[in-house]
Design a protein around this ligand. Structure first.
Ligand code: PEP
Length: 251
């Protein structure tokens, strides 16, 4: 299973900024190592420009940060998985902590998006992770189990494992500079793995589990070498081609 090195650009970058970063990223990454895939998740407005930069670059993929779980319709301000695919996306996120905690998405909505995106041919990254209060209250496993069970409730049990990834992103580590320690990461990833196997049987062993939360060039190789860490999801440090390329190539 190739490691999935993902860049979430959130609500950053104009079209020209995104194009410049994407072109530089392709140049700096050179031949992406055979055991890695690079995924860039730009704002919707920059999708076509980034797709152009990746056209002749192997191992570079595009993803959407969000979509509405319908094919089309009167949903002002929303975008459908069909439109993402039309804009060259092969992946999409569901349940990113900013959508859960800033924009108010609940587990059931995240679950509808995960299943619908897969049904429409996108590969999905389901983001899960606990708040600091939940960790302090000893509720990490309870929260992860609930987010996984509801988030994956309608996903077919025989889904191709390479089409479903889980990103463990402790909310207290996102954008804060505070990285989860190796033990915290391994414990959480082992637990996510066990729940994936409960839900999907042996298929669950083949699904990727990414870590996200203040990943930077300086900590990427330690994180990526941990057990059950099959990639990263990077916010802040993915905005500059120089730092994200170092993460992609981290040994
Ligand atoms: C993220 O947006 O998913 C993320 C992990 O952000 P950061 O790397 O900035 O913590």
């Amino acid at each position: 299973m190739k490691k999935l090195m993902a860049a979430n650009w959130k609500m950053f970058k104009t079209v020209s900024e995104a194009l410049e970063t994407a072109e530089e990223l392709v140049r700096l990454c050179g031949d992406v190592p055979a055991d890695r895939e690079v995924l860039v998740i730009p704002p919707f407005t920059a999708m076509t420009a980034v797709a152009g930069a990746f056209e002749h670059a192997g191992s570079f993929f595009l993803g959407g940060q969000n979509f509405y779980p319908e094919l089309e319709g009167a949903f002002t301000g929303e975008i459908s998985p069909v439109m993402l695919k039309d804009a060259c996306c092969s992946y999409a996120l569901a349940g990113h902590s900013e959508r859960r905690h800033v924009l108010g998405e609940d587990d059931a909505t995240v679950g509808r998006k995960t299943a619908f995106g897969l049904e429409q041919g996108l590969s999905m990254i389901l983001c899960v992770g606990e708040l600091i209060e939940e960790r302090r209250a000893g509720k990490v496993e309870e929260v992860l189990r609930r987010q996984l069970q509801v988030g994956l409730a309608d996903v077919p049990r025989d889904v191709l494992p390479e089409r479903l990834s889980v990103a463990y992103e402790p909310v207290w580590a996102i954008g804060t500079g505070e990285v989860a320690g190796p033990e915290e990461i391994v414990q959480a990833h082992d637990f996510v793995r066990s729940v994936l196997v409960e839900i999907f049987g042996v298929n669950g062993n083949e699904m990727r589990i990414q870590y996200g939360g203040s990943v930077k060039p300086g900590n990427a190789s330690d994180i990526i070498s941990l057990d059950n860490v099959d990639g990263v999801l990077v916010g802040g440090a993915s905005l500059k081609a120089d730092s994200f390329s170092q993460i992609v190539l981290a040994g």
